[in-house]
Design a protein around this ligand. Sequence first.
Ligand SMILES: *[C@@H]1O[C@H](CO)[C@@H](O)[C@H](O)[C@H]1NC(C)=O
Length: 510
Amino acid sequence: MKQVWIIVIFSYVAFVGITSGKGVDLTFPKGFLIGTATSSYQVEGAWNVSGRGESVWDWFTKTKPERIADGSNGDTTSNSYYKYKEDVKYIKSLGLDYYRFSISWSRILPTGYTNQINKDGIQYYKNLINELLENGIEPIVTLYHWDHPQFLEEMGGWTNEIIVDLFVDYARIMFKALGDKVQRWVTINEPTLICRYGYYVNSLQIAPGKDLGDVGVYLCGHNILKAHAKTYHMYDKEFRATQNGQLSIALQCMGYVAADGNDVDTAFQFDCGWMAHPIYKGDYPEIMKSRVALVSKAQGYSRSRLPRFSKKWISYIKGTWDYFAFNHYTPVYVTRDPDERKGIYNSDTGLINGILPSWEASAGIGFYVLPSAFGDLLRKLKDEYDNPPVWITENGCPDHGEIEDYNRIRYHYLYLTELLKAVKRDGCNVKAYTIWSIIDLFEWNSGFTVKFGIVSVDFDDPSTPRSPKLSTYWWKNVIKSRKLLPIPTNSSMMLKKEFSSCHARSGPFS
Ligand SMILES: *[C@@H]1O[C@H](CO)[C@@H](O)[C@H](O)[C@H]1NC(C)=O
C-alpha cells in the first residue's frame, strides 16, 4: 500500500468550511464526552496465545471462509494484544475521553465454564485498563461483542437457555477482576444483529452462521434479554454498593425512513424496540407480539414463534439500565409488502427493506449516508423512552483505507451536526459519542475489504504499523476545541511528503 505522510497546518484559517451546519451552534455541550471503540476479535489477534480458547469467530472464519469477503480471519488482525500501548498512545494524543473495548469471553473462559479460568487473559485486560487510567482515559468495557466460546455454541449458543447463567458466571468473574477500575459497562453488543444474522437465513451471515429458519432468531433474542437482565441484577446485588458503576446493553438502531409514519414505527419496533422495549418499557413491543403471532399462525405454527415472557420476567427485565447505549450506522427505507394484500406473509414485519436512489452509498455494503435519519432516530428515542441519558456507543463510516479520508471526516461532521441539532434545538439528552473505530480492524464478514479506523493499520506488514490518517488530525482539533470544525478541503490545508520509515516507526504524532 502506498502511504503518504500528511502534515496538517494547525490553523483554523486553513480550513475551508461547508455550510450544512448553518444555524447550528457547533460547540459541544459542557460535559459532553467523545471516545472511541473496538472489539476483541476485531483487533486483538493472538488467537491461539496464552490459553485463549476457540471462539465462534475462529470457528466460523476457518470453516466457512467463503462467507468472509476476502476469506480472511482475525488470527492476527491489528495485533492489539501486543500493541495495545500504541493504541492507547493514539487515543491519548487525540485527546479522547474514553476507550470502549470488549473482552474475549474465550480468552477468559476457554470452555465457557468456570472450571478453567485463564489468568493470563485477565491480566491482559488489567494491563490495558492500567495503561488507559495512567493516561487519563476512562475504560468502558463491553463483556460480549459477538465472540462467545465455540464450546458453548456446540450446545446451541444463544438458542440454548443454559447460556444465560453461564454468561452471568463470566460477568461475575469480570466484575470481580476489573470492577474496581471500571465505572461503565456494556453487557452485550448489538444483540439483534447476532440473532438476525447469526441464527437466521441471510446473505450477510455472521458467526455462528446457523440457519435456524425464523425460529432461532427470537430464541436468541429471548435468551440475550435474560442474560442481560440477570447480569444487571447480579451487579446490583453483589457489586453496585462497592463499585458503583453504570451498566447497559448496546443496541443496534438503524434510521428508518418510509412514506408512512406507521411503517417507520413498525420497522423501529422490530429492530431497536425488540430489545429496548423489554428493558425500558416492559415486554416486547405490541406490534411485534401481534405481527409474529399473526404470521406464525398463517405459517401453521400452533403458537407464536416469538417466545413469551412471564409477568415475573417482564418486571425483572424492565429497568435493567443505567443509561441508553446504541450503535448507529445506516438508514433503511421501508415499504409495505404488497403480497400481504393477497394473504401471503413473507416477513414478520410485513415490510420490505430497501434504500432510496438518492442516498449516498459508502464503501461498505448496506452502509448509506443519511444524517437526517440519525437526527430523527435521536428524537424518536427521546419520545419513545422518556428522554433517557443516551450514549452513542458506535458511529462511523467504512471506506477502502484511504489515508486522506475526506469521506470519513465528512460523515462524522454531518452526523455530529445532526446530533448537536437534536441536543440543542430538540432537547435530546445525548451524553457521549463514540467513534468507530480508533484503528483499522477485521470487519467481520467484510474481512479487511473495508476500513473504519481514524488511524491506519498496514495489514500487509506483519508488524502491523499504525499511522495517522487525515481524520486523525481533524478529530484531534475537534476534540481540542470542543467544537465541530469544518471539513477540510484538500491541499490548502496540508503538506504532503512521501512516507519514510522514520515516520513509520515513530508512533503517534506528538
Ligand atoms: C498460532 O497460529 C499461528 C497462525 O495464525 C501459527 O503460525 C502458530 O504456530 C500458532 N501457535 C501455536 C502456539 O499454536
